[in-house]
Design a protein around this ligand. Sequence first.
Ligand SMILES: [Zn+2]
Length: 444
Amino acid sequence: MTEILLKNADLILTMDESRQELSKADILVRDGQIARIGQGLETQGEVHDVSGCLVTPGLVNTHHHLYQTLTRAVPGGQDALLFGWLQTLYPIWSRFGPEEMFTSAQIGLAELALSGCTLSSDHLYLYPNGARLEDTIAAASELGMRFHPTRGAMSIGESDGGLPPDHLVEKEAAILDDMVRVVDAFHDQSEGSMCRVGLAPCSPFSVSRDLMRDAALLARDKGVMLHTHLAENDEDIAYSQAQFGCRPGQYAEELGWTGPDVWHAHCVKLDGAEIDLFSRSETGVAHCPCSNCRLGSGIAPVRAMRDVGVKVGLGADGSASNDNGNLMLEARQAMLLQRVANGADAMSAREALEIATRGGADVLGRPDCGRLMPGKRADIAVWDTCGIESAGSWDPAALLLAGPMSVKHLFVEGRQIVRDGHITTIDLPRVIERQNTLARALQA
Ligand SMILES: [Zn+2]
C-alpha cells in the first residue's frame, strides 16, 4: 500500500456533486485513488505541504493532434483558413515517421501536464513511413499521463475528390484491421485505466460513409468510444450539404455517430435541432476555443449546449492550429468567448474550470476522473496562489480570472509528474532539443 498526503491546502475545489470548496483541508491518496478529504488527516507515507495553494482536479483534454507540435507556426499555414491550412501542412506531415510521432507527442503531453492536465485524448489520423498509434502511447506512458489515444484515419485522397494527398490516405480494409489490432493490444477498460483506445475517422470529408458506419459498428462491438471532427466552420456545413444533402448532425445520426460513447470536436456550427439531438443522445462535444479563434471558425454555442445538458469538455486541438498547448488558456478562452457572444454573465470562471475538469472527464466516459472525491482517481493539480498572478485576488478560486496558468505540482494516479513546475518523469530539455532537431530536418 502506498499513501501520499497533500496537507494544508488553502482551498480545494472538489468539483464533486455539490461543487464543494473546502478551506484548509488535506487530501489522502492511497494506491492511486483518493482515500479521504478533510482536516487533520495523517499518513505514514509521503507528505506534501500545499499551504498557499489552491487544489483542483487535473484538467482533461478531449481533443488534440499531438504530432502537430512539430509543425507550430509554419509560415504558409499561419493565416490560412481550415482547408487551405490543411493543404499547406499535408506535404510536411507526409515526411513524419515513428520518431516524429513519439517526440512530438512527448512535447505536447508535457506541455499539457505543465498546465495542469492529467488526462488527454489524442487524434492521430495519419500513419506515414511506419508510424503507429503505439508511438504516442509509449510517449504518454513514459511521461505518466493518463491517455486516450484514438485510431484516426483518412481514406479519400485527392484523386477521389478528397482533401489529403493520395499517399497520406489508407485503404479502408487496412484501417479497420489496424483499429482491431490497437484496441486488442492497448485498450484497458478497467477502473483507473491509464490507456483507453478510441476509433476516430478524421472527418466526414476525408473518409467514406462506409468507413464511418463500419467504425461505429466496430466500436460498439469492442466497447470503445468514437471521435471525429464535426461542424467546424461554414465550409464544413456547405460540404456536408453539397455531398450528403444534409447537415452534419443528421449525417452523424444516420451513421451511428451519436450516443454517450461518441464525442465530436468543434461543433462550432451546430444549430438548435443538432444541439437538441446531442442532448437527447448524450453525445459529447470537445470545445476548442483557441483553435476556433486561430482558424477564424466562429464561436461554438457552448452556453446553449450546456443549458440543455450537452456534455462539453475542452480541447487544445493540434498545435498547428493553436499553436499553444496550455489547457488553462483554453479554459479562460472558453469563458471569454461565451461572454463575447452572450454577455458578461454568460459563463463564470468556476463554470469554465468545471468544463475543463469534470466536464471533460464525462465527455471521455471517465466518471472516475475529473473530481476530487473519495474513491475517484488521484489526478490532482496544485496551483501556487502566492505568486504575482494571484497577488491582490479577493477570490483565488476564480483561478481563470486571476491566477497562475501553470501548475506547481501535478499528480496522475497518485504519482507526481510535475514538482515545483518541472516535469519529473522525462528529461524535458533533452526532448525539446530532439524536437527542434527534427523540426529543422523537416524544414531542410
Ligand atoms: Zn482537430
